[in-house]
Design a protein around this ligand. Structure first.
Ligand code: PMT
Length: 221
């Protein structure tokens, strides 16, 4: 219907940071609050979609009606996503996934004996690329958090990860992006782009979902 354009559609959305353990008490992570991904989940539900929200450690209530899976690490996020994505129509990767994890998680608390400490990191799996590379993938939407060359890097991720759409945010813009209530997005697909100006993440989420639905319908018509 007009009011519920996503009725009958299954969405899987990742949100928040991941946390990569160094030892039993420490981890590396980032400033993602989950607000962007949770706003998308909430608006998708309002548009009639069935929503699975795979969330890293965040302090946000579950949007009413969403099915939520809590994870910590990138490996756990990948596993949760892969368990849910098979029959989904649209996958939206809002999460700020740690690109690397410690090559070994120390069994005991690392002691401060030495004056310098060197840790070795290994690359985490790319969740979005894994999903987009499935034989019969859902419509895949990535995010790109960039501090320079926003358009060029976003276009490169769109192509490299074989995405249907990518939403880039310039994280150098004050008051937008990580851990704020507002954001702005430059959205790209194969043969077009649109700029969504700074606005509350809840409103931006709706504008993005309308764009996604438009491109999705065109692809499936
Ligand atoms: O959570 P908030 O505080 O509301 O902030 C929102 C946000 C700034 C985190 C969000 O708008 C955003 O930009 N999310 C993506 C952040 C990011 O880390 O982008 P990236 O350029 O590293 O990754 C590109 C894409 O690949 C993203 O869709 C990411 O989810 C995905 N990815 C990245 C690495 C990885 N190992 N697996 C992935 O799936």
């Amino acid at each position: 219907s007009r009011e519920q354009p996503l009725a009958g559609k299954s969405l899987v959305i990742t949100a928040g940071p991941t946390r990569e353990s160094l030892d039993p008490v420490r981890f590396i992570s980032n400033h993602s609050s989950g607000k962007m991904g949770f706003a998308i989940a909430q608006q998708a539900l309002a548009l009639g979609a069935k929503v699975t929200l795979v969330a890293g450690p965040v302090n946000l209530p579950t949007p009413v009606g969403a099915s939520r899976i809590n994870v910590e690490s990138a490996d756990q996020m990948l596993e949760a996503v892969m368990s849910q994505v098979a029959n989904s129509d649209i996958f939206i990767a809002t999460a700020a996934v740690a690109d690397y994890r410690a090559s070994d998680i120390a069994d005991n608390k690392i002691k401060k004996n030495a004056d310098t400490l060197t840790l070795t990191f290994v690359k985490n799996p790319d969740i979005l690329k894994t999903v987009a590379g499935l034989p019969n993938p859902p419509f895949c939407v990535g995010f790109a958090a960039e501090s320079q060359n926003v358009e060029a890097y976003a276009q490169k991720k769109l192509a490299d990860k074989k995405l249907d759409m990518i939403a880039a945010n310039d994280i150098t813009r004050a008051g937008l992006g990580f851990n704020s209530d507002a954001n702005a997005l430059h959205v790209f697909w194969k043969d077009g782009s649109v700029e969504l100006p700074p606005q509350p993440k809840t409103e931006l989420a709706l504008a993005l979902l309308n764009l996604i639905n438009e491109r999705y319908q065109l692809q499936h018509s």
